[in-house]
Design a protein around this ligand. Structure first.
Ligand SMILES: *Cc1c(COP(=O)(O)O)cnc(C)c1O
Length: 412
């Protein structure tokens, strides 16, 4: 039995998270299913940025580092992220990009776990994770080796040489979730540390870093956390490791006393030692508004809605696009799936362009994956129904064959 539009309206009417949509700017006529790539704009962000510019920067000038606590932003925002990821406030800080943080934390892990020298990761890990580890390998010239294996071979590849198991929690192509607790325990059992990239998890589901005994983590500020394009990322270091941790980008903001201007680097206590340079205040302010959009949100309810949205999408695709040639690229079981669904189709790029022309914004990942992300704070059940409705029409009319949907842009 096909699910009707009215059924979806009824689900929205009883959705406890429905009011959160008002916290965002969603353009009229747009069905936004790409919050996993760039979160929507919180309604409060423009006014906040204007205030930071006109009042804090324009009038208060350099005094704002103290009077408006600009200097405290990395830790303050970290404390806001902590409950979303199941960490203590003093285990999280905001700085730099995910790529840069991966570098700092992977290098730190090698120091924490010397003389082990292998970094184990998955061949299908997000490319920046692989590239940063390759850069570290090259920099350390022979002192460290990267071991890339298939997803199913990770646990058997853990041996006494592995210093670090570095993984992304939710696969960006397939949406498949790694068993964070089990893999962390396996890493520990072999004497390795674990580093998790939470870019596709933070803000999309409840995480339990402390309960899962996670060592190190980082993640993106501009996806489900709604911090805006290029928003700073976050870092997590378990409290038990903070005292021994040293990272190579030892800039002045990570110094114990930056304003002593001493010649010798001395790491700050706690998470501050993971910082490098001056925080980007405008971007931090935007991220703070993004994080405020989680105020009062129950992460259990958020995850339940995320799973329901994904299931609804797949149910509707199965019912209405059965002969369109789609192949499921994500787990059908929502317990094993992040907040996205992925479909394979040889004409995936053109189909996604045709959808975008119809106001349904998802994205495409080479070679053939259509991705649809469901940010539970602002995606409605009727949005999912409308998205699949338009997809079904595009497939039956084959409107994706239009020449204008074939040309590839730089960003897909
Ligand atoms: C989006 C994403 C990143 C982004 O890294 P940047 O340094 O912000 O470009 C990193 N890792 C994963 C898994 C991602 O999904």
């Amino acid at each position: 039995m096909t699910i009707a539009y009215a059924d979806c309206s009824a689900m929205d009417a009883s959705d406890p998270l429905a009011p959160a949509r008002e916290r965002f700017v969603i353009p009229h006529g747009v069905i936004y299913l790409d919050g996993n790539s760039l979160g929507a704009l919180p309604r409060s962000t423009p006014a906040r940025l204007l205030r930071v510019m006109e009042k804090e920067w324009g009038e208060d000038l350099v005094r704002s580092w103290n009077t408006n606590d600009w200097i405290g932003m990395p830790a303050r925002l970290g404390a806001r992220i902590a409950p979303l990821i199941g960490a203590a406030a003093d285990e999280v800080i905001v700085a730099d990009s995910t790529s840069v943080n991966l570098f700092k934390l992977a290098a730190a892990a090698l120091g924490l776990n010397a003389p082990r020298r292998v970094i184990l990761t998955e061949r299908d890990n997000f490319p920046t994770d692989l590239y940063v580890l390759q850069g570290l390998e090259e920099l350390l010239g022979g002192a460290v080796t990267m071991r890339m294996v298939a997803r199913g071979e990770l646990e058997s590849a853990l041996d006494e040489d592995v210093a670090l198991l570095a993984l992304t929690h939710v696969d960006f192509r397939t949406g498949e979730i790694h068993a964070m607790k089990r893999l962390t325990a396996a890493a520990h059992a072999s004497g390795a540390l674990g580093l998790w990239d939470l870019s596709h998890s933070a803000g999309a589901m409840a995480l339990h870093l402390d309960a899962d005994d996670v060592d190190l983590a980082t993640g993106c500020g501009y996806k489900y956390l709604n911090g805006g394009p290029g928003a700073p990322a976050f870092l997590f270091v378990a409290r038990r490791l903070q005292g021994q941790l040293r990272q190579p980008l030892s800039g002045w903001m990570g110094h114990a006393a930056p304003f002593e201007f001493a010649a010798q680097y001395r790491p700050a206590e706690g998470m501050r030692r993971t910082l490098c340079g001056t925080p980007p205040v405008l971007s931090m302010a935007a991220l703070e508004e993004g994080l405020r959009s989680f105020d009062g949100i129950d992460m259990g309810a958020l995850r339940a809605k995320s799973r329901a949205l994904g299931d609804l999408f797949l149910d509707l695709v199965e019912a209405r696009c059965a002969d369109a040639g789609f192949e499921m690229a994500c787990p059908r079981d929502s317990a094993r799936r992040g907040s996205q669904v992925s479909l394979r189709h040889p004409q995936g790029y053109a189909i996604m362009q045709a959808l975008i022309a119809q106001g349904v914004i998802g994205d495409f990942r080479a070679p053939d994956i259509l991705r649809f992300g469901f940010a539970p704070l602002y995606t409605r059940y009727v949005d999912v129904w409308n998205a699949v409705d338009r997809l079904a029409v595009i497939m039956s009319e084959e409107s994706w064959r239009d020449a204008r949907f074939q040309a590839r842009a730089v960003v897909t």
